[in-house]
Design a binder for this molecule. Structure first.
Ligand code: HSE
Length: 344
């Protein structure tokens, strides 16, 4: 007998839609392999509307509406009212709230409010948004603990590539002194394409088409997305809260084709490097383009791939490489979190 898990989804853009597809495509396989039936009972998106059903929405109908109309307003239960997260979560007795909302780098909203509402109501929460966990991971974890529920945020950094699970589980007992890498898929894709001769503008358009870029891609190219991921790593690895404004940040908008050619002629490659490290004065976060040697472990990370090299006491350097953006890739991180929660 399968255990039914009632799921609510906030945010139905690229990632939210990816999660609906993944839950539809793998429904039977997940039930066979893990014994869980993930029933999508709520979808709420500021622009596309809110639909809910205590017995589960039909994912095909959701996806058809999104593809053909671009919103959910034609579905039977649809409402255009802007509900508060509390209103929606409490009434449906959800087991897991999934947050795939866009990130506001100044306020952490709407993610922060959604996660607080979910955890306070006694639901577990999974987020791919960088807003809530980037701003107040410790506060959210305290709230989760106080309510006896779990918060997971694997796909907020490196999409579904399991950096955070790696540090929490497999590297238990290791102290991390530095985490440095490529944590934004869009900018790495743009730099890769520029190296092949594409223009900055066409590479950005393609990154948007492929679902890598943020709703407002300025967040990617100006380094805010990488900076908020640095804030998440600072809290997750060092237990220290730093704000996006405290991260020394330079984006890729000033990188020219000439810079890339010059670096190539010197056996180097331009990458947007982000990191956080423990120093005598405390924890420092940084994001900026660097021309790294072609033999550097991060130099071969191309396209929308990401990588983070962790410097640890017991194992030395450990590097994890994998997809850093994309609908299915990010939804996979959310699915892994949902399974971990469901398995208890
Ligand atoms: N826009 C982000 C990126 C999505 O390009 O990395 C994944 O967080």
């Amino acid at each position: 007998m399968s255990a039914v898990k009632k799921i609510g989804l906030f945010g139905c853009g690229t990632v939210g839609r990816g999660l609906v597809e993944l839950l539809r495509d793998k429904r039977d396989w997940l039930e066979d392999k893990y014994g869980f039936l993930f029933e999508l009972c709520l979808i709420s998106d500021y622009l596309k509307g809110t639909v809910k059903s205590p017995h589960g929405l039909n994912p095909d109908e959701v996806l058809k509406n999104l593809a053909e109309k671009g919103d959910l307003f034609s579905m039977g239960s649809a409402s255009s009212k802007r509900f508060t997260p509390d209103e929606l979560i409490g009434s449906l007795q959800l087991d897991i709230v999934c947050d795939a909302t866009p990130t506001n780098y100044e306020t952490g909203q709407p993610s922060l409010g959604i996660l607080r509402a979910a955890l306070s109501s006694g639901a577990c929460a999974v987020t791919s948004s960088k807003g809530g966990v980037g701003f107040d991971l410790a506060g959210l974890e305290k709230l989760a603990q106080g309510n006896g529920v779990k918060l997971r945020y694997e796909s907020s950094v490196l999409s579904g590539t399991p950096l955070l699970n790696l540090t929490r589980d497999a590297l238990a007992g290791c102290e991390i002194s530095r985490a440095e890498g490529i944590v934004n898929g869009t900018t790495n894709y743009i730099l890769t394409m520029m190296e092949s001769g594409a223009s900055y503008a066409s590479a950005l358009t393609e990154a948007q088409r492929l679902g890598y870029a943020e709703a407002n891609p300025a967040g990617d190219v100006e380094g805010f997305d990488a900076a908020v991921k640095v804030c998440i790593m600072a809290q997750a690895f060092f237990g220290v809260k730093i704000s996006v404004g405290e991260v020394k940040r330079v984006g890729i908008t000033g990188v020219t084709p000439e810079d890339i050619k010059k670096a190539a002629s010197e056996g180097r490659r331009v990458k947007l490097i982000a990191g956080v490290k423990r120093e005598e004065g405390g924890i420092t976060g940084y994001v900026g383009p660097q021309a790294i040697d072609i033999t550097h472990p991060l130099a071969g990370v191309m396209g929308a791939a990401n990588a983070v090299c962790l410097t640890t006491d017991n194992l030395g350097d450990v590097t994890i490489v994998g997809p850093g953006a994309g609908a299915r890739e990010t939804a996979q991180g959310m699915l892994a979190d949902m399974l971990e929660i469901a398995r208890g």
